[in-house]
Design a protein around this ligand. Sequence first.
Ligand code: ACO
Length: 430
Amino acid sequence: MSDSATLHYQGKDLVFPVITGTENESAMDISLLRKSTGLVTMDYGYQNTGSTRSKITFVDGANGILRYRGYNIEDLAANAMFPETAWLLIYGELPSADQLQKFRQMLTENALIHENLLNFFREMPPSAHPMGILSSIVNALGLFTPRFYDDENKAEAFNFTVANLISKVRTVAAFSYKASIGEPFVYPDAEKSYCANFLNMMFSSKAKPYNVDPLMVQALNTLLIVHADHEQNCSTSTVRMVGSSQASLYASVCAGICALWGPLHGGANQAALETLMQVQQSGMSVKTVMERAKDKNDPFKLSGFGHRVYKSYDPRAKVLKGLVHTFFNKGSLNDPLMEIASELEEAALKDDYFIERKLYPNVDFYSGILYHAMGIPTNMLTVMFAIGRLPGWIAHWKEMHDDPESKINRPRQIYTGHTERPWIKLADRV
Ligand code: ACO
């Protein structure tokens, strides 16, 4: 493979190095292009721009591969616990038994929220979107934990912040739900695992004791793992962008949550579930759904199909589909949306329109069904995505900070506005 690329511009040949990754992905390094030619590259949405070298996650969309630190998502989903996956993503290796035990201990110790912050939940209108609450509180957490700024023990302060964020984010999520339904908060239980604790804080109440179902714990664990990282997506790039100014991890993660909130990113899982609900409520046949999805004049969209990167089956969807079927067969998940989803998928996989365009179910198609069956309200689906994605954001923030080549992120533009013009007095303006 060539290790340089030549660009012919204004009668000159300019040679640029080609960088090749461990999976043979290549990039032309144009960092000196502007210096030598005055040109910048133009790439709306950074569709073709590599912003960094990264050792965290490998995605091969054509072949449906997703690996965290070299481990296949299928292996992680079948064997790992979420805190173990978080450690792997952030620190680069699977934790030893001792490291994992200490990390779990730190998660337990950091699960509680400062009492002053509880007022924030109480003062918010019940209609406040849980993503707005989550992003605001995550930013506020930084104000309650100034340890992060302890320069003398940077590594220790970072480790503390990791545990503080990963642990508290699930407490914040559960408390925002309880506040929205006007029920008292259920405090974290030191005896429960990460996922069991979350389900208990969400669904337990004085009026109705909640027995944590181990199958639901397993489902939540898998859901969080499959969402834990997906390389340079919108929210992760946002975390890197904000962090590149040396903003704190709290502030950077807060920005990531806001980016994830948008309907084109994390909000897509809500849209996928709502599509299935729409099909159920309207009583539309699968044939009609397929016809409407293919009709360019029809505003109906079959959310949950297609992906910008995966042009074969999304490996995360494959993992979740297996999980849904296992639970459905065991009678643990009894959701009519499941049958609709199965029929739609079967029809899409046989349909020429979907085959030609390489449209397969994406991760959101099955995650929505699983969360719905667990009783997680629809407006909390993006919050669940954020809990899962947090270790990925932290891993990228750390990688960027540890990389001596990192710079403050500052894209260029091509200015297309007015050229210089004279000032107009207020009285003369039309
Ligand atoms: N239903 C019907 N047709 C579709 C669908 C769909 N869900 N998705 C794409 N198509 C069609 C497009 O109309 C287009 O057809 P054309 O070539 O005749 O014009 C063709 O497939 C290619 O579509 P693009 O939007 O160009 O594909 P792209 O890869 O750019 O977009 C995207 C991917 C945005 C995810 C798209 O498939 C989509 O809108 N899907 C539905 C929303 C969704 O499920 N989003 C969640 C993604 S997963 C995640 O974000 C974690």
